[in-house]
Ligand binder design. Structure first.
Ligand code: FES
Length: 120
């Protein structure tokens, strides 16, 4: 159990550990992202959380980054490490993996499946 002080935190990374994502290297993606954050001395800047299903299983393995509101698809240990270096530490999201980014709402990039709408 931990209670972190998040006042230095610039990014919150949610790593999907739901069933579909775990079949697509979810554990390895989680470990790679966390190891790269530590290797870069960025633990105070980047907080990570394992989640259950994020509702975009066809995108497995799914990783989301806040406060930017960037949703990544098809993440691997390699792209996870690149995300830490290029997006989280340099501000350049991995465009080829981005399925949504947030402006005034989530905007699809066209990289991923459209998905179905929830009933209103
Ligand atoms: S299990 Fe990851 S989005 Fe569903």
């Amino acid at each position: 159990m931990a209670t972190w002080n998040l006042t230095e935190t610039q990014h919150h990374v949610l790593i999907c550990n739901g069933g579909s994502c775990m079949k697509q290297q979810g554990e390895e993606v989680t470990q790679a992202i966390r190891a790269e954050i530590t290797a870069q001395g960025a633990d105070a800047l980047i907080h990570t959380t394992r989640t259950r299903c994020n509702g975009r299983c066809q995108d497995a393995c799914v990783v989301t980054v806040y406060p930017e509101g960037v949703w990544y698809q098809n993440m691997t240990p390699e792209s996870g490490r690149a995300m830490v270096l290029e997006h989280l530490l340099q501000g350049n999201p991995l465009q080829e993996h981005v399925v949504y980014s947030f402006q005034d709402r989530f905007m699809a990039t066209g990289n991923g499946p459209e998905g179905k709408f929830k009933q209103i």
